[in-house]
Every structure is written in C-alpha cells, then in structure tokens.
Design a protein around this ligand. Structure first.
Ligand SMILES: O=C(O)CCC(=O)C(=O)O
Length: 280
C-alpha cells in the first residue's frame, strides 16, 4: 500500500512534524506568499521576453498569464539550446527569486519539522531547475541530497514547481521512510554529483516503495535531506520549472564537526569528506 499524501497548510503542526519524521517528506499547500510568487513568474516572463526580443523571435509577445509565464522559451530552445542556458543562468539573478529563497517561511519550517532552534541556509544549494521536454541527460539519479550538499545531516529541501507537476510533467519520485536508514554508502563512478552513485543502487531502490506526488503551482514538497529520491522524465511538451531551496540545522553534531561545509559546489566531494562511506 502506498504512502497516503498528507496535504498540510501553514503554519505546520505537530501532526505534520510526525508525518514528516515518519515518511521524510511533506506536501504543503500555498507555501510561498502569493504576491511574491506571482512576481517571480512576471519577472521570468519579462526576462524571457528580453531574450526573445534580442533573438527576434516570438514577436509580438503574449501578455503575461501565470500559466504562460515562460511564453517564448520553447521557441528559444528550438532556435538554439544554448539560449535555454542563458535563461537558466539569468533566472538566478531575478530579484524575486532571491527574496523567495531567503524567505522566513523556510526557517519556520525548519523549526516545525526539524525542531531546529538555529536553522542555516545552504548558500550554494538553491536555484531554479529547468527540465525541458524529452531531455533526460540532466535528470538526477537515485540520491540523498546530503551527499552532494553536506552542511548538516539534518536538512530540508524545498521543491516547488512553477507549473503544475502532473504525471506528464514529471514530479519527483520519493522513497518514503528511506531517510531513517541514515547515509547510504556511495560508489564513485564519475565526476560531479552524477558520479556519486548509491552503492548497490538497484537493490537499495527495491527496498522502498516509490511515491510520486503531483504538485500544484506554488505548493511545496519538503524533503528530508536524507530521503532517497530521483527525477522522473518530463514527458510533456513544456519545460518543468522547479524552485529548489535548502536549509539545515546548525546544531546537528556531524554538521558542526565538518564546520558546515557545503558539498560539491564548495569544492568538497562527499568521498573526500566521508571516505568511510565509500565502497569499491
Ligand atoms: O527536480 C527534480 O527532478 C529532482 C531534483 C532533485 O532531486 C534535487 O535537486 O536534489
């Protein structure tokens, strides 16, 4: 029997924290302030409009509509995949994006779900993720975020789609309860986070039942940084956008012992920091 998905609202309650402790994730409706979230969509619309104008495509551009905030992106990708890279990099520089990732709603969730008195911000662990239709090369394999992000053994990943993540668009695949097994040993099979593979990956994956919650725009799936999860392919005709933010507990002892260093993005590969967790 699959995990029934609890749909929480803010403020999070003790029952929400219990669900989270047991399953390692929780679905929260309307997580971000609506006005700020809407501003993000509008700023992205304007940004993509500038690139379209520069390239002389998709003109005249449709008026802003939340469901079409990225109008023109498909044309840019069709012209040249590199134009998608420009949008991806520039999207990090949009002010409302920064305001959202720094919003206190995250630290409140750390207090409620982790009982973290002193939450920290994973300063290299936030961004907008774009998964274009039929592009599978950047999908994440089965992993625990702690392995690539470090900082602290107790952490939260906040995953929010900018358009409804239905079965076609490809919601994240979660393995409820897997966070209670600690850090799974790793096998290094290449460079970067893609090279850090769970040892005996297929066997480990079979131990847990997957759960793949569809997520509405602006709702958030909060994931324990030890929960096994992976991307699912985008089988729709539109780009999947996800706002991803990571916070952690400063008071957790392993985090304290490593000085809360961040992982790969800060130049600290997991296998060098925790060699005892590496298998041949
Ligand atoms: O958005 C996705 O497909 C998965 C993202 C993910 O697993 C991650 O960033 O750790």
């Amino acid at each position: 029997m699959g995990t029934s998905i609890r749909k929480a609202t803010l403020p999070l309650t003790a029952e929400d924290a219990e669900f989270f402790a047991e399953f390692g994730f929780i679905y929260v409706r309307d997580f971000y302030p609506a006005e700020l979230f809407d501003r993000l969509l509008r700023e992205l619309h304007e940004l993509i409009g500038l690139v379209c104008e520069r390239e002389g495509i998709g003109q005249p551009r449709p008026q802003f509509a939340a469901s079409e905030f990225d109008a023109g992106l498909a044309l840019l990708l069709k012209r040249d995949r590199k134009l998608g890279g420009i949008v991806y990099e520039a999207a990090k520089k949009v002010p409302s994006h920064i305001q959202l990732v720094g919003h206190e709603v995250h630290t409140a969730a750390c207090r409620s779900l982790l009982n973290a008195r002193f939450p920290g911000f994973a300063s290299r662990g936030w961004g907008l993720r774009l998964d274009h239709p039929a592009e599978e090369v950047y999908l994440t394999q089965l992993h625990q975020d702690f392995v690539s992000q470090l900082c602290s053994l107790r952490g939260l990943v906040f995953w929010t789609p900018l358009r409804r993540a239905d079965a076609q668009l490809g919601p994240v695949v979660l393995y409820p309860g897997s966070h209670r097994h600690g850090v799974f040993p790793i096998q290094v099979k290449g460079s970067g986070s893609y090279g850090l593979r769970i040892h005996d990956e297929a066997q480990v994956e079979r131990r847990f039942e997957p759960c793949c919650p569809e997520v509405d725009v602006g709702d958030c799936v909060i994931i324990d940084s030890l929960l096994l999860h992976k991307s699912s392919p985008n089988r729709s005709t539109r780009t999947r956008w996800a706002l991803i933010t990571r916070y952690f507990d400063f008071l957790e002892p392993v985090g304290q012992s490593i000085g809360w260093i961040g992982g790969l993005q800060e130049g600290h590969p997991f296998d060098k920091v925790f060699p005892d967790k590496v298998r041949e």
